[in-house]
Design a protein around this ligand. Structure first.
Ligand SMILES: [Zn+2]
Ligand SMILES: [Zn+2]
Length: 442
């Protein structure tokens, strides 16, 4: 049976370029060892995932989740550092304006296994979503938040990889840096960690991020070379008018009418000023204001989101949307406040991709690794791949037809957990072997 990945696979296949020379001898033996070790610690990876699943936290400040990660690293004898700290006040306020809870600090965690250069970074996000879980699992979340994007599994898989890598520390020809990241769903958790030095000391030379995918067969791996996730620009617009009685519109400035005009104008930008070949999805996900039919309200609110894989289109819209807002609001005598958030595209470096794909295939089985089209969703791993060569990989954790990520019914197949841990471990050890000192032939 062919999977969605196979159906979508392109002609060109990067794994063919260098696979043959790597799929032999030492690397094969290492892959077997890592797979066996991952299976041995499977119950522990499952346990870690369930502990995190049961107690989801959202946003940048994940005190209990981070404490659990640190406790596990302590048990392994791996020293760790917090990376994030207090957030700039403006950031806290901007996120509250966009509807997030108050977030005053970011609780990222980093750790290094091995030493010296080169250094490869393994990234797992660990935040949840404001979605109430609707599953009957013994370890389901009972709060109003849930790990419906699978970040609990990412953190558990990276802890699993840490267990494997710690045992192999003597073999590492450089350093593996672990990045446990909060706030992915805010679009800026990775940015905060980058700004707080996660890519320095030791300096990171390459980075790998994984994401589970519940609508693909468990154990498959999908990647897109080049741009592989859309950028997202969000415009949070608050229009201030002049409220009053609905029978006297001439004495008022109606923010709902202004909002309506802005809503139409920004949507027309996509059909009238954007190259049809550019993938652009513009959605006004929030449009609200008013309380009763006989009142013209004081304020209205519009949230405009633009996703695209095309940098030129993103730049054009980012310039034009504020221009149109300014034009329409002023035309009708209103005032406004505008908060803008930006998350870049995630970019998979082609050279790194060629290097890592064979190692991933040695864990999953080569036939299960597929090149896929870029996704129209957004991933804040883009803040890492903006700075260092990176690769982002989707690991199947279910089957076609399953509830997708972000659904309250999303359930992931825990068989993915040892696979993901082994992929992280194999890719990092082998990449260091290829680039580090004391390099030996495979
Ligand atoms: Zn998500
Ligand atoms: Zn996610």
């Amino acid at each position: 049976m062919s999977t969605e990945y196979e159906k979508r696979e392109k002609q060109e296949n990067i794994r063919d370029v260098s696979a043959s020379e790597k799929v032999s001898g030492k690397n094969r033996e290492r892959a077997v060892r890592i797979r066996e070790r991952a299976e041995k610690i499977r119950s522990r990876i499952v346990e870690d995932r369930r502990v995190l699943h049961q107690d989801p936290e959202i946003g940048m400040d994940l005190p209990r989740t981070s404490a659990y990660i640190c406790k596990c690293l302590d048990e392994m004898g791996i020293s760790w550092k917090m990376c994030g700290g207090p957030l700039p006040r403006k950031m806290t306020e901007d996120y509250m304006a966009a509807g997030f809870p108050r977030m005053e600090r970011a609780t990222g965690v980093t750790a290094v296994i091995g030493s010296g250069s080169p250094c490869i970074l393994l990234r797992a996000d660990m935040d949840a979503l404001p979605v109430k879980e609707e599953n009957e699992l013994s370890f389901r979340s009972c709060s109003g938040t849930g790990h419906m994007c699978g970040h609990d599994s990412h953190a558990a898989m990276l802890l699993g990889a840490a267990r494997i890598l710690k045992d192999m520390e003597g073999e590492l020809k450089g350093s593996v840096k672990l990045m446990f990241q909060p706030g992915e769903e805010t679009g800026a958790g990775a940015r905060v960690m980058v700004e707080n030095g996660v890519l320095e000391n030791p300096k990171v030379d390459a980075a790998l991020g994984l994401h589970v995918q519940t609508v693909e067969e468990t154990g498959t791996a999908g990647y897109a070379a080049g741009v592989n996730s859309a950028s997202l620009d969000s415009f949070i617009l608050k229009i201030h008018g002049k409220g009053g009685h609905s029978s006297q519109p001439q004495l008022c400035v109606d923010p709902l009418m202004i909002m309506n005009q802005v809503y139409q104008a920004v949507n027309l930008l996509v059909t009238r000023e954007t190259d049809p070949a550019a993938m652009v999805a513009l959605t006004c996900g929030v449009a609200k204001g008013g309380t009763a039919v006989n009142i013209i309200p004081e304020e209205a609110e519009l949230h405009i989101g633009v996703r695209t894989l095309d940098v030129a289109a993103a730049n054009h819209l980012n310039r034009r949307i504020p221009e149109l807002i300014d034009h329409y609001v002023k035309a009708w005598g209103g005032t406004y406040g505008l908060t803008v958030f930006h998350t870049p595209c995630t970019y998979t470096d082609e050279k790194l991709c060629r290097e890592l794909v064979p190692y991933i295939g040695m864990i999953t089985g080569e036939e299960k690794v597929h090149q896929i089209p870029p996704m129209t969703g957004t991933e804040d791993f883009g803040y890492v791949t903006e700075n260092v060569p990176g690769m982002f990989v989707f690991i199947g954790a279910g089957a076609p037809g399953n509830a997708p990520l972000h659904s309250p019914h999303m359930v992931l197949d825990e068989d993915v957990l040892p696979v993901g841990a082994a992929v992280y471990a194999m890719a990092s050890v082998s990449w260091l072997e290829e680039h580090g000192t004391g390099k030996e032939d495979a």
